[in-house]
Design a protein around this ligand. Structure first.
Ligand SMILES: O=P(O)(O)OC[C@H]1O[C@H](OP(=O)(O)OP(=O)(O)O)[C@H](O)[C@@H]1O
Ligand SMILES: O=c1cc[nH]c(=O)[nH]1
Ligand SMILES: [Mg+2]
Length: 206
């Protein structure tokens, strides 16, 4: 299984802020954005590189650039909170939105929107969703992307539950899963414990 919990002191500190029920929406959004930047740096640490020649003011040397093109795929709404952090380091990435909303009674994901460009076929797709709970939403997003021809995918979350990791891995064993925290369990309403509550509501103040 490609599953990685990104370990970083700054992540642990920011995670504690967003877990706190007293954290107001503005600070929550700010810390989610910072977490996203740290995750981007850590996840792209070993990205494939291409080489080229660079002329410094003194002599020629070898230069490096990212070899692949990337498409960021935020799962609406909460995934939007992770977009800017990744765009900071992947400014040329496409951004393709997938709208999925979990039914409050059945907890099943309901699809409502997608805008997926052709170029996902040659790009690395980074699905962004801060919460991997049952894994239903992420699995649906991955199904859609693969149906449109995506071949190389990863999923970036902030808080994951064991059930969600298991489900996404069962359906899409090729997808590398990254998270800042692997939490204990889901409650009866399929919310992550200890978690941080409803990420979308806390980002957007709804
Ligand atoms: O792993 P799952 O059990 O599918 O749950 C995770 C999903 O639930 C939340 O979205 P929600 O449906 O609340 O939509 P929102 O982001 O618009 O608030 C969250 O942002 C994930 O997309
Ligand atoms: O804990 C959870 C589970 C699903 N969606 C959230 O926003 N939080
Ligand atoms: Mg929500």
């Amino acid at each position: 299984m490609h599953f990685t919990v990104i370990e970083h002191a700054l992540l642990k500190a920011d995670l504690s802020v967003i877990r706190d029920e007293k954290t107001p929406n503005g600070l929550f959004r700010n810390r989610i954005a910072r977490i996203s930047e740290i995750l981007a740096v850590e996840i792209l640490k070993n990205a494939e590189l291409k080489h080229f020649s660079v002329q410094t003011p003194l002599e020629k040397t070898v230069g490096f650039g990212l070899r692949n093109s990337y498409v960021l795929v935020p799962v609406l709404r909460a995934g939007l909170g992770l977009v800017d952090g990744f765009l900071k380091f992947l400014p040329d990435a496409g951004v393709s939105h997938i709208g999925v909303s979990r039914d409050e009674t059945t907890h099943e994901p309901n699809f409502y929107y997608s805008n997926i460009p052709e170029k996902i076929q040659e790009s690395i797709c980074i699905i962004l969703d801060p919460m991997l709970a049952t894994g239903g939403s992420a699995t649906l997003a991955a199904d859609l992307l693969k149906a449109k021809g995506a071949k190389r995918l990863m999923l970036v979350s902030v808080v994951a539950a064991p059930e969600g990791v298991r489900k996404l891995n069962e359906h899409h064993p090729d997808i590398a899963i990254y998270t800042a925290a692997l939490d204990r369990a889901l409650n009866v309403n399929k919310f992550i414990l200890p978690g941080l509550g409803d990420a979308g509501d806390r980002i957007f103040g709804t």
